[in-house]
Write a protein that binds this ligand. Structure first.
Ligand code: PLP
Length: 361
């Protein structure tokens, strides 16, 4: 018998959405809560914007759906063939499409228990069963734990950020390789959103593993969170499957401005190195100051530090920093609720954070 009195609401896909960090209206706030870059994008990006203004008439036309200029610039920068690169509207777009493309073959998806909280949102959105893998006591990835358990059946796939978010901890390349070696029958995605701040990329492993997909973004290391550009690198076949799904979903994702300005950014490698190195240096200084103040934190290789203080709760520090005009991120998740994730800003901003922390403690 057909169900009675079903409404349109019973036919809706219901999801619990990802909650992003707050974007405050007050410009005086020291905003260290969403891992944005404190430095402006390359001067070349500004020049590209001016060129765009002159060519405004071209906005009548659809953009290049292959984003050829951007893909070619990335290929040259990464020393891989253009056929191995896929671009999207931020790495969130690339990751969402990757979940849809690679993790839908049945079985269980694995990711760390402390990680980017968007993964479980996409898993739920696409109805992919998942199991979280605990980090070690010192917040490392245990590569041996990333394999199918008796409860999993086979694996739908594996995804992990490296460095991990929100811990900042880098997994050595040998650990990534161990995971790939143990799991040739599913796609393994390494989300390298923070790799440019001093960590080692898994790019060299692409030669050996055809099931590896590496995802990177312009949002953090290239100071372009506002433009939304991300990309994936993998073998040609993998990228081909991703393109097939994308062209079945929305062919024109990157607009003309993104293609033009993204390309300009990639071509200015000197500025890119300069700013990412500056941030890494500030991170090392700030980590030392946190040690001096009695904070506990794993060593970070990202543009943020994940720290807690033995004498104060995370909630308390969050509120007191906020009262002093400093916004950081806090996760009300068991096991990490006393930690704050503090984005690395400019040196003078971090000095102010240290000054305020000294006052609070
Ligand atoms: C910031 C972030 C992303 C998403 O970045 P986009 O702005 O969508 O490119 C993806 N993964 C991790 C781990 C991140 O921290």
């Amino acid at each position: 018998m057909a169900a009675k009195n079903r409404t349109w609401e019973d036919k809706v896909r219901k999801v619990v959405p990802y909650v992003a960090g707050e974007q405050p209206k007050d410009a005086n706030i020291i905003k260290l809560n969403t891992n944005e870059n404190p430095y402006p994008p390359s001067e070349k990006v500004r020049e590209a914007m001016e060129q765009l203004a002159e060519e405004a008439d071209l906005l009548r036309l659809y953009p290049d759906m292959d984003a050829t200029a951007l893909v070619d610039a990335l290929a040259q920068y990464l020393h891989v063939d253009s056929s191995r690169i896929f671009v999207g509207v931020g790495s969130d777009d690339v990751l969402a499409l990757s979940f849809m493309t690679f993790f839908c073959g049945g079985g269980t998806l694995l990711f760390p228990d402390i990680t980017y909280s968007f993964y479980k949102v996409w898993a739920s959105l696409y109805r992919i069963p998942y199991r979280t893998v605990p980090l070690t006591q010192d917040m490392r990835i245990d590569p041996a734990a990333f394999k199918a358990g008796p409860e999993d059946g086979e694996l739908a796939g594996i995804i992990l950020p490296n460095p991990n978010a929100p811990t900042g901890v880098e997994a050595p390349q040998a650990d990534i390789e161990a995971i790939l070696q143990a799991n040739p029958a599913c796609v393994v995605i390494v989300d390298e959103a923070y790799v440019d701040f001093g960590a080692e990329s898994a790019l060299p492993l692409l030669e050996k593993y055809d099931n590896l997909l590496i995802v990177q973004t312009f949002s953090k290391s290239r100071s372009m969170a506002g433009l939304r550009i991300g990309y994936a690198v993998g073998n040609e076949k993998l990228i081909g499957f991703l393109k097939d799904v994308k062209f079945s979903f929305n062919s024109y994702t990157l607009g003309r401005p993104s293609i033009l300005m993204g390309t300009a950014s990639v071509k200015d490698e000197v500025y890119f190195r300069e700013t990412t190195e500056k941030i890494a240096k500030t991170r090392e200084w700030f980590s030392g100051e946190l040690d001096r103040l009695g904070f506990v934190h794993p060593q970070s290789r990202a543009n943020f530090v994940f720290a807690k203080h033995p004498a104060h709760t995370g909630e308390e520090l969050l509120q007191k920093l906020r009262a002093n005009g400093i916004l950081v991120r806090h996760f009300a998740q068991p096991g990490i609720s006393d930690y704050l994730r503090i984005t690395i800003g400019r040196p003078e901003q971090m000095k102010e954070v240290v000054r305020v922390l000294e006052e609070i403690l």
